[in-house]
Design a protein around this ligand. Structure first.
Ligand SMILES: Nc1ncnc2c1ncn2[C@@H]1O[C@H](COP(=O)(O)OP(=O)(O)O)[C@@H](O)[C@H]1O
Ligand SMILES: [Mg+2]
Length: 378
């Protein structure tokens, strides 16, 4: 039997763990290799990072250099500049001397200093004195274009968790700076991706915002059951276990096809089951997964008002539209239709629900299941 875990979650799905997304991959690859800035949006854990990593690892043209930057940890403009400049320098030069030279040539105004870890070849951090009053931020934002010109290559800069910039102090002003520097760059293509659909759409789809129409907007969809079922079936088979198509379909139904939960639930079922998966294995795996997330969900609920929770109860029980009707308001104690609108807005902003047309969905399918199993009302 294969010793390798057949499923992966909590990190990007790569290689044989990656399934489907051929169309998305083709479109993203075409964009990024032909200089089209791209914005990729989906709720958390559907597969943005996995898709981008797959596409950039497949770029074989030596004149195109992809650079991946995760800005999740960045809390300010200053932190963004540090992450941006050091990753770009690190990934475009192979030798220590080259880093130093690059930094000296292109970042002269910020006087960069290097400090090294145990392996100086891959492990360094760069610090500089960034002063918002001079124009040194422009040096930093022009860095990729200058390096690309000097090395006669094209850079593809992928900025993961881009929604974070919405939390920076003076965010709009910062966005203006980025846009005005980046829109003129001829040798650099940007791919920005993130969750918080509501916020990302506001950045890129709102006429009054700096990044309005900055690039091609891609909305990632869920991987369909027809792709998941053979994937799950084969993974069990390859490792000497048997799961039926119906059981694999059930995994998709329970998780509502949310990529990370499909893989996670499959993993629990896989390690708990004997040679042949039983329906009891599936039920018990679902309970385990709910239990593992219980504290997290309880904390989530603590952040919500009673009315917001009542609304989620309605949605979780299958009422996706018509929340302002008298019956729904009464049954779920939503008080008034004005309240319903305010609740929707707040939950959208918190990235807990999504609204497509009129229909409301809860982003986290396991949270939905958990809500359904709680007894809030008599
Ligand atoms: N194409 C895919 N094939 C298989 N599993 C995937 C795929 N994309 C995502 N996943 C699963 O979902 C999890 C979250 O994916 P990730 O790319 O980190 O999502 P996001 O960046 O949208 O939050 C992965 O760890 C993996 O379990
Ligand atoms: Mg991600």
């Amino acid at each position: 039997m294969n010793e390798i875990n057949p499923f992966v979650f909590g990190k990007a799905a790569e290689g044989e763990y990656f399934t489907d997304r051929q169309e998305d991959a083709r479109r993203l690859n075409a964009n990024l290799t032909h200089g089209i800035n791209t914005i990729l949006i989906s709720p958390r854990r559907w597969g943005k990072t996995s898709l981008v990593k797959k596409v950039i690892s497949g770029i074989s043209n030596p004149r195109i250099k992809p650079i991946y930057i995760d800005i999740f940890q960045c809390k300010s403009e200053n932190e963004f500049y540090h992450a941006f400049a050091s990753t770009i320098i690190k990934q475009t030069s192979s030798k220590l001397e080259e880093w130093a030279e690059m930094a000296k040539t292109f970042l002269s105004r910020v006087s960069p200093k290097f400090s090294f870890g145990p392996d100086p070849m891959s492990d360094f951090s760069m610090s500089f004195d960034w002063n918002p009053k001079d124009d040194s931020d422009l040096d930093i934002l022009q860095l990729p274009e200058k390096i690309a010109q000097k090395k006669n290559i094209r850079l593809v800069i992928c900025l993961d968790e881009f929604q974070q910039i919405g939390d920076f102090p003076d965010s709009i002003k910062f966005q203006k700076k980025l846009r005005s520097a980046w829109q003129h760059q001829q040798h650099v293509t940007y791919c920005m991706f993130g969750s918080k659909k509501h916020l990302m759409e506001q950045f890129f789809n709102d006429k009054s915002m700096p990044f309005f129409k900055f690039g091609d907007m891609m909305f990632l969809k869920k991987i369909p059951t027809s792709e998941w079922v053979p994937f799950i079936f084969d993974k069990f088979k390859e490792t000497g276990k048997v799961i039926t198509m119906e059981q694999a379909t059930k995994i998709c139904d329970i998780t509502d096809n949310l990529s990370s939960y499909v893989q996670h639930l499959s993993w629990i079922i896989w390690y708990k089951s004997g040679k042949v998966v039983t329906n009891e294995d599936i039920d018990s795996a679902v309970n385990d997964m709910l239990e593992q997330n219980r504290i997290f969900f309880q904390r989530e609920v603590e952040q919500l008002s009673e009315l917001q929770m009542n609304f989620l109860r309605a949605v979780a029980s299958g009422i996706t539209t018509g929340h302002s009707s008298k019956e729904v308001i009464k049954k779920y104690r939503l008080e008034s239709s004005a309240n319903v609108n305010a609740i929707k807005k707040a939950l959208l902003k918190k990235d807990i629900i999504d609204i497509e047309g009129q229909a409301v969905t809860i982003n986290d399918s396991l949270f939905k299941l958990w809500i359904n199993r709680q007894q809030f009302f008599d």
